[in-house]
Ligand binder design. Structure first.
Ligand SMILES: *Cc1c(COP(=O)(O)O)cnc(C)c1O
Length: 376
């Protein structure tokens, strides 16, 4: 690929931190993990952060800590990465899909309200592509209907809504630090929450069910090994120290895209206006409704042929082969998600992408779009 879809921003000081961690010869459960957790909690504006092995394990811990189990329903979005649904299935609970808002691409609060039944235990909403979900509406519904609320903010470190950072909404939130996210630890994730009891439950379950008193071979509940290691936490500390620069640099790339793509006929750009800051995870554009999935796929192939990385984020979760088999879901369940999912194009997006790279991608998109759509 001449221009990849995503790329981590790794500096000399990242490498220095990593090297310090490994030279200390304390490779797990040490000071870097503690420091990373403190700084993450402070940045997000919550009391507790528990750094773990991935965003997926963070989600699983929250679902278990809330006591969600067989037969319980959890309302969630089908327009997301698979982990936000799988974490419900890990506990044999039932994911119930509510459709999305066609502008924000986040779960539609009215669809959530309609999907609530006496079996509903929680709502798991996602800050899709870094865009905050409609948390005020979701919090009102969760409060009124007496259900738990979980913030999958894996794509939104640094985003906020009216000054409140993503991840801090609902009972608990998660972050993921895979290399394509705003900050990376290689593999890694975190649970964030203000709830002391939930925090200590998650910490215990992430560490083989040990008690907080930490008698090494005493296990008071079923646990996992979801720990992060010191090298990853050191990298996380170093990356988090420049989060403001990262968020600003990503915003600059998004602004270049907006300028370069504006005015292309029948191409929808990400909706910008809301009361808060957007920490871009990816830059996803969408073909207008008069295009087919074939049009979109042809453009993806055309970009790939030109050495430009791209992706079809997201294929609806309820249409994934495993979910169809497991839940009997299929087309027609969430029409907005299905329609959007057929027409999205994720463009190369990372710190270090230059203005001329962006111009080159925009030219390719413009060129490939010519003659597509408006035929039916
Ligand atoms: C990245 C991501 C996760 C967590 O992913 P891991 O690869 O397990 O760290 C969870 N939910 C969403 C929406 C994500 O994008």
């Amino acid at each position: 690929m001449k221009i990849p879809l995503a790329r981590s921003w790794i500096t000399e000081s990242d490498a220095d931190c990593l090297s310090k961690a490994v030279r200390s010869n304390r490779l797990a459960l040490g000071p870097w993990t503690e420091r990373f957790e403190e700084r993450l909690a402070e940045y997000v504006g919550v009391r507790y952060a528990i750094a773990v092995s991935s965003g997926t394990s963070a989600l699983h811990l929250i679902v278990r800590a809330l006591g969600i189990g067989p037969g319980d329903e959890v309302i969630t979005t089908p327009f997301s990465f698979i982990a936000s649904t799988n974490c419900i299935l890990f506990e044999r609970a039932v994911p119930v899909f509510a459709d999305i808002d066609p502008v924000t691409l986040c779960i539609d609060p009215e669809a959530v309200d309609r999907a609530i039944t006496p079996r509903t235990k929680a709502v798991l909403a996602v800050d899709v592509f870094g865009r905050p979900a409609d948390w005020p509406a979701l919090e009102a519904i969760a409060g009124r209907r007496g259900v738990e609320l979980i913030d999958d903010s894996a794509e939104a470190l640094g985003s906020d809504l009216a000054g409140r950072r993503c991840g801090s909404f609902g009972r608990a939130g998660v972050f993921g630090f895979y290399p394509n996210k705003q900050i990376t630890t290689g593999e890694g994730g975190a649970v964030v929450t203000d709830d002391e009891e939930l925090a200590s439950l998650c910490r215990s379950m992430a560490n083989q069910g040990r008690s907080p008193e930490n008698q090494w071979l005493q296990h008071i509940r079923l646990g996992y090994n979801y720990r992060i290691d010191e090298m990853s936490a050191a990298l996380g500390c170093s990356q988090l120290a420049r989060i403001d620069r990262i968020v600003a640099a990503r915003a600059e790339v998004a602004a270049w895209y907006e300028d370069a793509l504006e005015g292309i006929d029948r191409l929808l750009l990400p909706a910008r206006s809301f009361d808060g800051q957007m920490s871009w995870f990816v830059y996803v554009v969408r073909l207008s409704e008069d295009h087919s999935k074939e049009d979109r796929d042809a453009i993806l192939r055309g970009l790939t042929d030109r050495g430009i990385g791209c992706g079809d984020y997201f294929q609806p979760i309820h249409l994934q082969p495993f979910l169809r088999e497991e839940l009997g879901t299929g087309p027609g369940l969430c029409p907005i998600t299905e329609s959007v999912g057929e027409r999205t194009i994720a463009l190369p997006f990372y710190v270090g992408l230059t203005k001329s790279d962006v111009a080159c991608v925009a030219d390719a998109v413009r060129d490939l779009l010519r003659g597509k759509g408006a035929r039916r």
